[in-house]
Ligand binder design. Sequence first.
Ligand code: AHR
Length: 654
Amino acid sequence: MNPRSSLRFPRLLLLACCLIGGANAAEPIKLTIEAAEPVAKVSPMHYGLMTEEINHCYDGGLYAELLQNRAFMDDAKVPVHWSVVQGNGSAATMALDPSQPFNEALTTSLKLDTTAATADAPAGVANDGYWGIPVKPETRYRVLFYAKAAQSAAGPVTVSITGDDGTVYATAKTQPLTGEWESYQLVLTTGKLAATTKAKLVLTVERPGSTWFNLVSLFPPTWKDRPNGLRQDLMQMLVDMKPAFLRFPGGNYLEGDTIETRFDWKKTIGPIPHRSGHQGPWGYRSTDGMGLMEFLQWSEDMNAVPVLAVYAGYSLKGEFVKPGKDLELYVQDAFDEIEYVTGAISSKWGAQRAKDGHPAPFKLEYVEIGNEDFFDKSGSYDGRFKQFQEAIKGRYPKLKCISTVGNEQPADRRVHSIKPDVIDEHYYRSFDEFLKMTPGYYEKYDRKGPEVFVGEWAAYETDFPPWDKRSRVEPKTPNMKAALADAVFMTGMERNSDIVTMQCYAPLFVNINPGAYQWRPNLIGYDALRAYGSPSYHAIRMFSNHHGDGILKATVSDPAVHQSVTKDSKTGVVTVKMVNPKSEPQTVEIEVKGVRSLGDRASAITLAAAAEATNTLDEPLKVAPMTTEVADVKPLFTYTLPADSIVILELPTR
Ligand code: AHR
């Protein structure tokens, strides 16, 4: 799929006259907008992204590495995702060989013992990738691997991308191997072909003897052509969302099941062969190819700023670090991490950042202390948070510290003695629950603060919440019903974005292959070759791409229509967001007060589909927004919202 063209919203120059002044027998709902002066500011940081390693979000997802178990660390006993290639007279076996580590990080290698092989009948190993290898026409793939060979086997290695039916799509040969670990780099270029995932990377030798391999890597072209970079189609979809920030590295992934398996950022930087990877909390091992620098570069490439979550001494299975002396090590680690992100190159960690390829410091305004610490029943969070906050504020007074106990009910919050700048709240809620919360929920929040960061949220349309295995139905992404509830909740957040300064949906990604996912719903689905945005993706992208910088007072006579209205101070455009979660059309009489007149080039962006409609790899744009021109808008006009719809009107004012 070419994401640029397929994701462009169809722009129909269709006069929406049928929707204006539509014949609806019932009394129209009234939406009254006070457009002269905004009542508050829209937070410029309001729309962002949340990310962690779940559902093969990085490995087998955004991180463009195509080989699974590239460094043979995924399983201590067997080289999973590797198979022996033999036949036509060649013969070989393979096994993990911890007696031949590559270095201290990559502690085992793959040993290929070849008993019979020639140039015409080679033997070797193959990797099956992350549910296949995406082979595209006329594409350059970069191969890198480390190898050494016993003297008898010191011949070249042939590397090929080969179809499951035996078709060789691209091939190249190295120099003869030596007895020492050396790196080998090749470029494999495919010709004309029909794109497929039914392929493997095959490495073969043509002499009997022992050969050892390590860190075997295959990359397609990446976003901005960065080495160790990101998948192009997924990046394009994210950039199109215009996120203001990226929250990373989690989520549960930050905490780990145990302290030992937390996201230990220092082990994720520097050259790839020095990263051993670690066991993630979602049932599989991470390569750590997506390390701290890659997260920062990713934010920058989207023109977003990082919201950095630091490990704060609590892990998912209940291990925690007592505040005080025991915690100092972790506070120091956070200091070092902040210095890595923001420090001058004269500082120790700023210098390391420069060495890792980014001399300029990154912008940082928010640091999150832990994740979902309301699960910590030891009562240690207040002490841990205070220790981090005091230390961070002492050195970086401008940094805002985010607390993660926001999900406790306001009443419970009072038992905490902490004073965060921001609280992170998470809402995974059913369609009905989100509708009940909006409007009214954030209207009640104290404007004196703290700021609210809705760091994870999503509506689910299934009978069970996302963490319940019974909710894992097909597809792994939400349908239009969930998108409607998402949009309703977003109207409430945007309308209150003077206090809800940041928000982001979670999880962001899902690899839709069997066995690849642990959660539902997720925003964007993909396999090795193709990707699609769920209806919720389109709803969020619409909201994030269309808003002004001031919140206008708007009242609606019937809460069955949900709304948020903003105005752009530079252009005067009034953006009216309306959500009709009902399965019949609703006519709204819109009165825009405080303007002389409305310009004649108004537009409507509409996402409308039956509640059960959804997108999939095969029908990626079944539910997609449509832009239409709206004629004859006046300060008082009627507009009929289609059934099950999210509508954004952009009204130029004079
Ligand atoms: O988004 C999935 C998980 O939900 C996150 O890792 C965690 O923070 C929350 O419980």
